[in-house]
Design a protein around this ligand. Structure first.
Ligand code: GDP
Ligand code: IMO
Ligand code: MG
Length: 431
């Protein structure tokens, strides 16, 4: 049995999609367990870029079954569009399944997200993909799940009831236009025959695969600092993008997880609102954005950039129990005289090494930096540890020593082949 979970350790966009695609090489199954199309995962294969939002990033390996798990809020219209794009590039989409327990993310959830965001005095800066409203309905127990889509007559009743309730909210609270039920019904009728054959009872499919000793890879979207419980609340998403999220979002027991792989970007980025201790609002931040090409894959927004924050990575390790770190985008740092890493927070003169729960404290925190030497070389063609400049090796070593988690792989470029493996923990197995 080999089960691996890939999670983000910062604010998302660490390069999880690329790493999942690399690890999916030996996977029999790849499972998304939370979030929705707020995710934007970029995978580059032979120079061709694929941006995935709902589909697991293992989808480009057509030997692996790709499952959209029970914990996902899945917009079926976005899913079909994504499948069309893949088909147009000559890829197969026959290996995609949706859990019958996954929530159907509705057009009215996107509308509600937009209205809530536009009227909020403290904006979260959501992706406006309807994520928060869909999870609200799930936990209010009014959401509609995929198994309810199979019988269209039943689905129509559920849809009508929901649209009536939502329209009261839209008109009476927001003073906005109601949604047109007839149009929605027609839109769903048009996709019924495409969606229904993909719906499966996923709990047994996933657990049977694990019990048969197959390799199952769980793909986290978002990241620790966007976690609904442990992130920078309220500036977070509405799901649990941690290893624990696999147990609730895929129906897999914690005892069945072998490896928890934390993807750590070599510096920090954040999209949307909320405190960011190491944020660089100067030319150094602009330099990171330009060199790392830090623009959102889902919304196109420029990402806020800053130095590596090891207080955050330690926090991510605490809540995830990381067995391995994959360090990404190390190539981006090439050319700097020196590089800073944050090793503590100074809050009103008190130095702490953990992430406070109160966002007012996080907003006040001043980073305590350790300065490390930079390197001038382009490392994007390096394939071994020995080829890396001494300063790059010291940087990796510092992260490993500080967190106490082995760095098992370093990514030095966007393509699936731009990797340095350290030891054999993540090395592709020989056939
Ligand atoms: P995700 O949301 O965690 O999957 O990350 P995104 O795909 O949103 O953002 C990561 C970006 O960095 C994408 O454009 C990737 O193609 C790119 N990328 C991933 N790994 C590397 C790397 O090691 N070096 C460089 N230069 N780019 C990378
Ligand atoms: P991947 O999987 C970066 C951020 C949004 C916003 C907050 C809440 O590509 O790493 P939501 O739409 O989820 O209600 O927005 O979370 N956010 C992400 N930031 N990467 C992501 O996904 C994100 N998904 C959501 O910008 O601040
Ligand atoms: Mg992303």
């Amino acid at each position: 049995m080999s089960t691996q979970v890939v999670v983000g350790t910062q604010w998302g966009d660490e390069g999880k999609g690329k790493i999942v695609d690399v690890l999916a090489d030996r996977a029999d199954m790849v499972v998304r367990f939370q979030g929705g199309d707020n995710a934007g995962h970029t995978v580059v294969v032979n120079g061709k870029k694929h941006v995935l939002h709902l589909l697991p990033s293992g989808v480009l390996r057509d030997e692996a079954l790709c499952v959209i798990g029970p914990g996902v809020v899945c917009n079926p219209f976005v899913l079909l569009k994504e499948m069309e794009t893949l088909k147009a590039s000559g890829m197969s989409t026959d290996h995609i399944r949706i859990s019958d327990r996954a929530q159907i993310l509705m057009p009215y959830h996107c509308y509600q997200d937009e209205l809530e965001e536009n009227s909020a005095s403290h904006k979260i800066g959501t992706t406006k993909r309807g994520i928060g409203p869909c999870y609200q309905d799930k936990y209010a127990r009014t959401g509609i799940r995929y198994h309810e889509f199979k019988d269209f007559e039943h689905f129509k009743d559920r849809l009508k009831e929901s649209v009536e309730r939502k329209n009261k909210l839209f008109t009476d609270v927001y003073g906005a236009k109601p949604m047109d039920y007839d149009q929605l019904e027609a839109d769903f009728a048009a996709i019924h025959d495409q969606i229904v054959p993909m719906i499966i009872e996923s709990i047994h499919v996933v657990n049977d695969a694990i019990d048969e000793g197959k390799n199952v890879l769980f793909e986290g979207a978002q990241a620790a600092m966007l976690d609904i419980n442990y992130g920078t609340y309220p500036y977070v998403t509405s799901s649990s993008p941690t290893a624990a999220g696999v147990t609730v979002g895929a129906g897999v027991a914690p005892s069945k997880i072998d490896q928890v792989i934390g993807v750590v970007k070599a510096y920090s980025t954040r999209v949307g609102e909320g405190p960011f201790v190491t944020e660089l609002l100067d030319e150094q931040g602009d330099w990171l954005r330009e060199h790392g090409f830090e623009f959102g894959a889902t919304t196109g927004r420029p990402r806020r950039c800053g130095w590596e924050d090891l207080v955050v990575i330690k926090h991510a390790n605490t809540i995830n129990g990381l067995t391995d770190i994959v360090l990404t985008k190390l190539d981006v740092l090439g050319g700097l005289e020196e590089i800073k890493v944050c090793i503590g927070y100074d809050i009103d003169g008190e130095i702490i090494d953990y992430v406070p729960s109160d966002q007012m404290d996080v907003a006040k925190a001043r980073p305590v930096y350790k300065t490390l030497p930079g390197w001038k070389e382009d490392i994007s063609k390096c394939t071994t540890w020995e080829e890396l400049p001494q300063a790059a090796r010291e940087y990796v070593q510092f992260i490993q020593d500080f967190t106490g988690v082995p760095v098992s792989m370093i990514s030095v470029g966007p393509d699936r082949i731009n990797n340095i493996y350290l030891g054999s923990r993540l090395l592709p197995k020989e056939d």
